[in-house]
Design a protein around this ligand. Sequence first.
Ligand code: RP5
Length: 162
Amino acid sequence: MKFVSIIMGSKSDYEIMKNCADTFEQFNVKYELIISSAHRSPERTKEYVKEAEEKGAIAFIAAAGMAAHLAGALAATTTKPIIGVPMKGGAMDGMDAMLSTVQMPAGMPVATVALGKAGAINAAYLAMQILAISDKDLAVKLKEDRMVKAKAVESDSKDIEV
Ligand code: RP5
């Protein structure tokens, strides 16, 4: 069974990462969601990634704030694609997490998306675009979604155009 795994470093990340799960629900894409920390539960994180890969995880989404090492820790454990979502908060309100997530050494990529809610949603979209390479139905759904978004821009504009 193919699915995408969402891992977040803390329960405090859930409010934002629920948007990621909701996006998968919207497209009827299978996912798992757990809390596991690179720092507070490193063994659980490592074991989960191994188990998830065996069960069919095709990509991992890692959300963390502050010294955000979760995405990097996953990248160290698997060659499946890793999408990192930096969380706001901490001394630099997410800039610290964004730099921690994006600045991976060569050969150990983490595809880093935007901070916060937009990033949570885009992480799901990016994972679905990866899935859609071998899932034609999902590819069609993603194209239809783009058309809906484009139409919404036109309709918003018509509401206020002068
Ligand atoms: C990170 O530290 C978590 O991902 C969270 O964004 C941040 C704060 O965690 P809590 O102290 O709220 O559990 O590891």
